[in-house]
Design a protein around this ligand. Structure first.
Ligand SMILES: [Fe+2]
Ligand SMILES: [Fe+2]
Length: 287
């Protein structure tokens, strides 16, 4: 569905709603695509927060981080982000975090926060990178056991526990809705055309179980470049895969006062935008 922000969007009919813009897997390397910069800056007039679902950079090198900061510092909308596996490839991670925070990015990593919108509504956000590990019962344990190393299982459980802690903390605070941001997927339902043999690299069902054990209104993730946008956890929590190669640009969701989630319409994408995105993110070649 095509629903990036329109250039002159109306405010929500439901005055108690809030809008979340989301993007993931920018994989910034040497330059900021002009169309991406324009689309992100225009969000300033239309949304309450921008969330970034990881893989902001291609390899976490500081020159890439500086390029990302140049882009993100120009955006006035509050930015909340998690890191992806590509961001974690760099060796100077502390410097990377500092640069991003100086550019106005609030990084969540097994942590949570409450953002107060202009209309007074409070968005609870929990963020964690997540990890692979695979999905069951959708995919049989036998299938998984031949593929999972012990180390993957340990890290998958650790990340699930960190998400649980973040959501437990959030449950103690007052909020009108809860949004989880992660890089890996908590469900197979957003993996689309990803080869089943690679599913164990794309997320795990422990994350979905933690989400379903809490009151969560929306989950936003990236990482599955060949996936599809709309899915849900086994318990029915809405999940959106916002990897750039899936959505084509930032997408906007409206969380209404009844806690339902709806996409916000956007105009048709231009040919030049297609070309710019295709040139910047070779679909299927990076993850
Ligand atoms: Fe990734
Ligand atoms: Fe990616």
């Amino acid at each position: 569905m095509d629903h990036r922000p329109a250039g002159n969007p109306a405010r929500p009919i439901d005055g108690a709603a809030f809008r979340i813009a989301a993007i993931g897997d920018l994989h910034l390397k040497t330059a900021i695509p002009q169309v991406m910069a324009e689309e992100l800056v225009i969000l300033d007039q239309t949304v309450d927060v921008l969330v970034i679902a990881g893989d902001i950079t291609e390899s976490g090198r500081l020159p890439e981080v500086e390029i990302a900061c140049e882009l993100l510092a120009a955006i006035k909308t509050p930015i909340i982000a998690v890191l992806g596996n590509h961001d974690r490839r760099g060796v100077r991670r502390r410097a990377m975090r500092l640069l991003l925070e100086r550019a106005g990015v609030r990084l969540l990593d097994g942590s949570s926060m409450v953002h107060v919108c202009a209309n007074g509504r409070k968005i609870g956000l929990a963020g964690v990178g997540g990890y692979g590990g695979g999905f069951w019962p959708e995919e049989s344990p036998d299938h998984l056991s031949t593929r999972l190393s012990k180390a993957v299982g340990v890290r998958a459980r650790r990340e699930a526990l960190r998400l649980q802690t973040a959501l437990d903390d959030l449950a103690l605070q007052e909020s009108d809705a809860v949004v989880v941001v992660m890089h890996y997927s908590p469900t197979v339902s957003t993996l689309g055309e990803e080869p089943p043999l690679k599913h164990w690299m794309l997320g795990n069902s422990l994350l979905g179980r933690v989400i379903d054990d809490h009151r969560v209104d929306l989950v936003i993730h990236g990482h599955a470049h060949l996936g599809n946008e709309n899915g849900q956890t086994p318990g029915g929590t809405p999940v959106r895969n916002v990897a750039l190669s899936v959505t084509g640009g930032p997408v906007v969701y409206e969380v209404r006062s009844d806690r339902s989630v709806a996409p916000v319409s956007r105009p048709a994408r231009s040919t030049s935008l297609d070309a710019a995105i295709d040139a910047h993110v070779p679909i299927g070649h990076i993850r």
